[in-house]
Design a protein around this ligand. Sequence first.
Ligand SMILES: *Cc1c(COP(=O)(O)O)cnc(C)c1O
Length: 372
Amino acid sequence: MHIETIAVHAGAEVDPATGAVAPPIHLSTTFEHGPASQPSHGHLYIRESNPTQSRLEDALAQLEGGELALAFASGMGAGTAVLQALTPGSHVILPDDVYVDFRTIRAEFLPRWGIDSTVVDMSNLAALKSALQPNTKLIWTETPSNPLIKITDLCAVAALAHDVGALVLTDNTFATPILQRPLELGGDIVLHSTTKYCGGHSDVQGGALVFRCNNGFAESVQHTRKVMGAAASPFNSWLVLRGLRSLACRVERHSANAFAVANAILPCARVEAVHYPGLANHPGHTIAAKQMKAFGGMMSFRVKGGWDEAVNVAARVKLFLNATSLGGPESLIEHRASSEGKDSITPKNLLRLSVGLEHPDDLIEDLLQALR
Ligand SMILES: *Cc1c(COP(=O)(O)O)cnc(C)c1O
C-alpha cells in the first residue's frame, strides 16, 4: 500500500462501540480488570498504555514500517528513553549538530548515567568509523539535520553500525515518514518530535519511537517509559493522530514551497549561502535524492555579515513569523544562534526557515523585501 493511503487509514478503525468514523478520545486513567488484576480489556493504567495512545502507535508503526511504536509526551522524552535504556558502560556516537537539547543531555546527563559518548560529523564516514569502539551500542543520526540541514547517508551508517553490533537511531522529525523511511534503509529506531510535522498545526507536543524489531531493547525502552512516565496524554495522542491524516499532502506542499523559496533567495546579493538539500550545490544533494522522496520544508541560509545583519533580516519580514519550532501551516523564521543560547555552535549569521503552506509567491516576496 502507498504511504499516502497508510497515512489516511492507519489507526483509523471505526469505533466498534458506536460506529464513529473519527476516533474517540478515551480520557480514563484506569481500566476495569479481573479480581486478581488480570487485564480484561487490554489496558490497566493510563501511564502503561491507553486506547487513544495505542491507536496513534499503531498508525506510526505502519507509517514507518516498524514492529512497535511508542508514543511519548515530547520528542525529548522519546529520545531520552532510548539513552536511559542503555546499560552503564555503553558508548554512543552523536552527530556534531544533533538537536540542541540532546547536546545538553550528552553534556549533563550521559556522564551521570555512566554512558560514554563521542561526537562526530556524521557526513564524514571515515570519522564515524574511527569513533567506533567495542562497547559502541548506539549511533545517533539526524537527517536532514538542525539547523545546518546536513545529510547523513543512512545506508552507509547502518552498514558500519551493524558490523560492530550497534543500533542506529534516526531522528526523522524533519523528513517525516512520507519523505524518508529509515527502517527500510537499514536503521533500527526512528525518533520523531511529533510536535512538528506529524502534529502539523503548532498546537500539540509529542514524541515517538518506532522500532524495526520488537526485541529486548524495545521492551526495555517501553519499560523506561512506563516507569519514568513520559507517556503521551490521550488528548495529545488524538491530536497527533488527526495530524497524520493530512501529513502526506502537507509535506508535499511544504517541500514544493521550500524548493521555490530556496531557489528564489539563492541569487540574492545579501545571501552568503543557502542550506537546502534540494539544491544541486548542497554537499548532501546526491544522498538526499537517493534516500528521500522530496527535500522537505526546512532550510536555512546565511546572511552576508554577522549576527546583526541576520537579525536585521529577521526583523524586516512581515509574513514569516519570528518563532521557534517548525512543521506548522505558518512559515517561521528564526535566528538560531540567539534561540540556542550561549553554547550555540550555529553560525551567527544563520536564519532557519520552516516554510509553511502559504502560496510560495507571497513567501518569496516577503523574503526578498527583507533582503533588500
Ligand atoms: C523539536 C525537535 C526535537 C525535540 O522534540 P520536542 O517535542 O520539542 O521535545 C528533537 N529533534 C528535532 C529534530 C526537533 O526538531
